[in-house]
Design a protein around this ligand. Structure first.
Ligand SMILES: Nc1ncnc2c1ncn2[C@@H]1O[C@H](COP(=O)(O)OP(=O)(O)OP(=O)(O)O)[C@@H](O)[C@H]1O
Length: 634
């Protein structure tokens, strides 16, 4: 199996390379700042708490220096410890510890809330945009890519916003440390300066070396999940063709590559962490070496020496956080660019204000399948031309009309454009040429949601959600059980649903795994019927039903078009069995995206050799199929 879509799921090489030239530091920080501004309360609190936490380290060093000079040294000199001095030292140490812990807890909670909120907002924006963008845009953006935009790109985009407040606090701490040490002693201030230069240098090296490795690992993560997704999706093919070993090898190769990339990143991080921790320790040694001599010379007090040494020891761990933020910035920039590309897309379908008769005006079917009240939509498509992005024209100068009360069947060889025409009629795609009129008005003049409410579409591929029968038919639209049973009866699905252990509440498993192909199609048909549509579009939606049930369902729908007090249902159907096609009032024969002939079945058999050959071929295939079935069941 080809690794279809793999490259589309992960960031493309272009996306990844582009960031080398785009100042990830500046762009990344600016993006995070804009995100922080959307959560001003928690973001400000997290920065303030980080400043308190890091400030407490600097104040603690000053406090310890004070305790050394005013409590410990005098106690050594006097040979005893005064109770007052002890309590003062205790109060200073306890107060500073409390300040640090408070800062730490508040910072973590506030920065966590900020991160989860900005992530959730971005995901909502992306999802809303997916729903608003037209089908044409979706044709060029496969589901794997959308999934990675909404999940891993959003995650990468906001990953550094959580440690950012701490990194700001640590930077402030470094500056404050340099200033306090400069006040204590100039020589030790030079040691601090050397430490800061070394820290900046190591961080820059870390960012530079880690960024490409991290990008590669992120890319491979996408590949591994795309392969896994495809293998699970095609589990049936894999098993039936005995491809398990091949798939294992394919997945194993990608997983090994990811492991190696992670190990390469891990090596850099495992070198960075001890080095960044080691630097302050070296600085402490320098401070002690130089400081002890200066204390002996009387240029520095013991308290000042303790203050500087303490500062360097405690800052070792927090210093790592700057590297964490810097190394996450390049991926954050890539994630943001990919998410913003989705948000910038403006291929929205055009809408007007017009109403297309409220839902409920369509056919309600009684127990015998008789339409109680139907007002069909008059369909009039003129001069339709359409081609998929980058492809040749699929529909050419095509005229199609369907009046209320009529069943129009679209027949044609595979790839002739039947499904595409159905999508054009349902306004899933707008034609590049020509116009579709529904009830005499341009389909684009209807308000959002109006066509969806009045038209029932049963697509070629029966998709079911991992949920109950009720949900799969109703889809949360709030129809009661009576309406659901009505639709199930019309789709000949009532008896098998009634036989399920939990009836309407029976869980169907992922993609309806517990059902046969024909049962799935019947539920999808019921979903299209439950809204009592005024126009019903069936795109090969009965192909998995046996010929008898298909005839029963289509016959019932044909009956529905011919009855009813207020008017009649309109049906456009893509079908292949002669017995079902024969129920249509008009058959439209397509070939190569054009209408080659139209008329009744009998007329077309005489007038259109292509049609006759096709239907005869289907007929003999079905006859063989049914003979085989009969033999199996005999
Ligand atoms: N999403 C798509 N992107 C690009 N080309 C497409 C897409 N969907 C269909 N096509 C192409 O458009 C042409 C018409 O396809 P369509 O599905 O409308 O035909 P059909 O008559 O319904 O075929 P079938 O009977 O096999 O379902 C085919 O050549 C097909 O390859």
């Amino acid at each position: 199996m080809a690794i279809r879509g793999r490259e589309r799921v992960v960031a493309s090489e272009d996306d990844l390379n582009a960031i080398r030239t785009r100042h990830p530091f500046r762009t990344g920080l600016a993006g995070l700042a804009r995100g922080g501004a959307t959560e001003p309360g928690t973001f400000a609190v997290s920065i303030a708490a980080a400043l308190v936490q890091c400030g407490s380290l600097v104040v603690a060093s000053v406090g310890l220096g004070w305790v050394t000079d005013t409590v410990i040294e005098p106690s050594f000199a006097a040979g005893e410890v005064g109770a007052g001095a002890l309590w003062a030292a205790f109060a200073v140490v306890f107060g500073l510890a409390a300040m640090k812990v408070t800062g730490l807890v508040v910072r973590r909670v506030a920065s966590g809330i900020t991160q989860f909120r900005v992530q959730a907002r971005s995901r909502r924006q992306v999802t809303r945009q997916y729903l608003a963008l037209g089908f044409g845009w979706h044709l060029r953006h496969p589901p794997g890519r959308l999934l990675s935009n909404a999940v891993s790109d959003v995650e990468a985009m906001w990953q550094p916003i959580m440690p950012l407040p701490f990194a700001i606090g640590v930077t402030f701490m470094l500056v404050a440390a340099a200033v306090t040490v400069a006040f204590a002693d100039v020589v030790l201030a030079l040691v601090t300066l050397a430490l800061i230069v070394a820290i900046v240098g190591v961080n820059l090296w870390y960012q530079r070396v880690l960024a490409p490795r991290a990008r590669r690992a992120q890319q491979l993560r996408g590949s591994v999940s795309a392969i896994a997704h495809e293998s699970f999706d095609g589990a049936e093919v894999v098993r039936t063709l005995g491809l398990a070993d091949h798939e294992l090898e394919r997945f194993g190769a990608a997983a090994r590559e990811l492991r190696d990339a992670n190990v390469r990143s891990g090596r850099i991080t495992s070198l960075f962490d001890p080095v960044i921790e080691f630097l302050p320790t070296v600085a402490v040694l320098g401070v002690l070496l130089l400081g002890c001599a200066r204390v002996a010379d009387g240029d520095l007090s013991a308290g000042e020496l303790v203050q500087v040494a303490y500062l360097f020891v405690t800052m070792a761990f927090p210093l790592q956080v700057i590297g964490r933020v810097l190394s996450a910035l390049p991926m954050s920039v890539v994630g943001r660019e990919r998410v913003e590309a989705v948000l910038r897309a403006d291929e929205f379908p055009e809408y007007g204000e017009r109403d297309l008769d409220p839902e409920g005006a369509g056919a309600a079917l009684d127990a015998r399948g008789i339409a109680l009240d139907a007002r069909g939509i008059a369909v009039d498509a003129r001069g339709i031309g359409f081609g998929y992005p980058g492809g040749r024209p699929v529909l050419r100068d095509l005229d199609l009309g369907a009046e209320p009360g009529r069943v129009v069947a679209l027949v044609g060889p595979t790839g002739s454009g039947k499904s595409t025409l159905v999508q054009v009629l349902d306004r899933l795609v707008d034609p590049e040429e020509g116009i579709v009129r529904l009830d005499g008005e341009d389909a684009r003049s209807y308000a959002p949601g109006r066509i969806a409410a009045a038209v029932g579409l049963a697509p070629q591929h029966a998709f079911l959600f991992d949920d109950s029968v009720r949900f799969n038919v109703d889809l949360g639209r709030g129809y009661g059980d009576d309406r659901i049973w009505e639709a199930l009866r019309a789709a000949s699905a009532d008896s098998f649903v009634a036989a399920l252990p939990d009836g309407l509440d029976a869980d169907l498993g992922e993609r309806g795994a517990t059902l046969s192909g024909g049962q799935k199609q019947r539920l999808v048909l019921a979903r299209a019927l439950v809204s009592r549509p005024r126009l019903l579009l069936l795109d090969d939606a009965t192909s998995a039903l046996d010929a008898r049930v298909e005839r029963e369902v289509i016959g019932r729908l044909a009956l529905a078009t011919r009855s009813g007090a207020a008017g009649r249902l309109t049906v456009v159907i893509v079908a292949s069995r002669a017995s079902s096609i024969a129920l249509a009032d008009e058959i439209v024969f397509l070939d190569g995206g054009r209408i080659v002939a139209r008329g009744t079945h009998d007329e077309l058999v005489l007038a259109a050799p292509g049609y006759r050959e096709l239907v005869e071929a289907y007929g003999s295939a079905i006859a063989v199929d049914e003979l085989t079935r009969a033999a199996v069941h005999a």
